[in-house]
Ligand binder design. Structure first.
Ligand SMILES: [Zn+2]
Length: 99
């Protein structure tokens, strides 16, 4: 699954992704990768879950923006609403495991 990422500037730019919340392009390493598991959106903390991912700044405000903009169903190409509570729990630093 390669994507053609077109960089506007050459050289040694780190890979970048667009935050689905605030739409700011940021180095991939600073964004939280999210994946869809059934009707949940979960943080892919090890970067190893399969499937289409979405990137989000690890902040509740970006999560709320993404929810308001219905960015997750669009990012994951699904019709229905998605439950982002595992992501919120992660961002709020709850000690229990997601899923
Ligand atoms: Zn953001």
């Amino acid at each position: 699954m390669r994507q053609h990422g077109k960089l506007e500037y050459g050289g040694q730019a780190a890979p970048q992704r667009t935050c689905v919340g605030c739409r700011v392009r940021t180095a991939k390493s600073e964004l939280l990768r999210l994946v869809q598991v059934e009707d949940h959106v979960v943080p892919d903390l090890r970067g190893r879950l399969p499937g289409r991912g979405a990137s989000l700044h690890p902040s509740l405000s970006c999560l709320e923006l993404a929810e308001r903009r219905r960015a997750f169903p669009r990012a994951f190409r699904v019709a229905g609403p998605l439950d982002v509570s595992p992501v919120r729990a992660h961002l709020e630093g709850e000690p229990r495991n997601v899923m």
